[in-house]
Design a protein around this ligand. Structure first.
Ligand SMILES: [Zn+2]
Length: 290
């Protein structure tokens, strides 16, 4: 089962000689101290999190090996995921009774990462999330397979609050810098100037692209709904029909266009039906070929 957890960036700076050596084991071409930026990420620990889950110590140790070589990306949700960092070393630490997994990651310095590095240095970019897979979850109350015993995580039994203990690491995936900063940090972001613009511009371009695609898709759906209405001889005034369609939320518009097209397909013989389908297919494709 796949698990995604919040984690955090901690220390950062230039690599030590030993770190540089470890980095160079992973890079295709040898990098120098000034080429890379190094930071540490608290990947996970054995404390109960907000999902009422925690990693077992054994699982943390297994993950330590699995995370080496894994990449850091800008955000899980972005379609063109960009690898910006890579974990070159991990360490299991116990501090004040807490066992944690620390990962050391490097980033190549350059125009693409400059903004992110400044954000990390400014303490703005420190939220990351990690993805991994575990083979089982154990109930903290009775030690049985979680879900099979009837105890529910977050509920209290006697004096003990039930948690699911994540056991047996199967794999570690990427870690991801969270694109949207937490509310309290958003304020800080606004006050800062310069460095972090690179990131914001990328996000903005993506939004614009999404908006363009959305607009093209709407136009395509409107055209299809208008054509279907004509074919079905609904007797609607086209200008009125267009206004109605324009006012519809995208999902409704889609449902109307699809519904009318289904009706057209039912009513017309195979020949015209195929024409309609071919044309819509072509238009659908063109809408996404921007
Ligand atoms: Zn149980």
């Amino acid at each position: 089962m796949k698990v995604t957890k919040a984690a955090g960036v901690e220390l950062s700076g230039a690599p030590s000689e030993e770190q540089l050596e470890k980095i160079n084991r992973l890079t295709k071409t040898k990098v120098a101290e000034e080429d890379v930026y190094v930071f540490s990420v608290r990947l996970c620990d054995d404390q109960v999190d907000r999902d009422d889950e925690r990693f077992s110590e054994a699982c943390i140790r297994e993950l330590a090996a699995l995370f080496v070589g894994k990449t850091g990306i800008m955000d899980h949700a972005w379609s063109a995921e960009k690898q910006v960092a890579r974990i070159f070393d991990t360490e299991v630490l116990t501090q004040n009774g807490v066992t944690m997994l620390k990962g050391w990651a490097y980033m190549l310095r350059g125009a693409e990462t400059d903004g992110l590095i400044r954000q990390i240095e400014g303490g703005i970019k420190k939220e990351v999330s990690i993805g991994c897979a575990v083979r089982r979850k154990m109930c903290s109350i009775c030690g049985e397979e979680y879900g099979a015993c009837g105890h529910v995580k977050g509920e209290t039994y006697g004096t003990e609050r039930c948690a699911a203990i994540l056991c047996e690491a199967a794999d570690a995936y990427e870690f991801s810098f969270v694109a949207v900063p937490a509310q309290k940090e958003a304020g800080v972001l606004k006050k800062q100037t310069g460095g972090e613009m690179a990131l914001d511009e990328v996000a903005m371009k993506r939004l614009q692209k999404d908006a363009e695609l959305g607009k093209a898709y709407r136009e395509d759906l409107t055209l299809r709904a208008r054509r279907a209405a004509m074919l079905l001889e609904l007797g609607l005034d086209d200008a009125l029909w267009q206004r109605v369609l324009r006012a519809m939320p995208a999902e409704d518009l889609r449902a109307v266009a699809m519904g009318l097209e289904r009706k057209t397909a039912e009513l017309f013989a195979p020949a015209p039906q195929m024409t309609v389908e071919k044309e819509t297919a072509r238009e659908q494709n063109s809408a996404f070929l921007i």
